[in-house]
Design a protein. Structure first.
Length: 133
């Protein structure tokens, strides 16, 4: 079937040399070569004696001590955020801040944005067809 189709296609539609159709596809075998990766001078891939060079230096800037900040700075942040440690306190703070932002926009921002409801009508009302508004 495939050879008949190939013969009819090559003879009828293409001009020039006919193409031979391979009935059985041959799998190509890739050249087998060992994987080569070089690290250092002696082809060492993972050195347990020199972990910083192998995996990188992870705690370059880290500190192991529990006191990372000076005492006065830690005391300031503990006092400033002391009330915001519980979920209810944070929710209350965010709610009040949102209501305050909406109220501030209603009082000042709407006028500054010149919304039509704060500016009012710009032209006098047009009379209707019967002389009414």
């Amino acid at each position: 079937m495939a050879s008949a189709l190939a013969t009819s296609v090559s003879a009828s539609t293409f001009a020039g040399k006919s193409v031979k159709l391979n009935t059985a596809a041959k799998a190509r075998v890739a050249a087998r070569a060992p994987v080569v990766a070089k690290y250092g001078d002696k082809n060492v891939y993972f050195d347990l004696k020199d972990m910083e060079q192998t995996t990188g230096k992870w705690d370059l800037y880290g500190q192991d001590s529990p006191e990372r900040y000076p005492a006065m700075q830690a005391d300031f942040f503990n006092r400033a955020a002391g009330d915001l440690t519980r979920r209810e306190s944070i929710l209350t703070f965010v709610t009040y801040a949102g209501v305050g932002a909406i109220a501030l926009f209603g009082a000042k921002g709407a006028k500054d944005a010149k919304l039509p409801i704060t500016v009012g009508p710009q032209k006098p009302a047009a009379m209707g067809p019967r002389g009414r508004l």
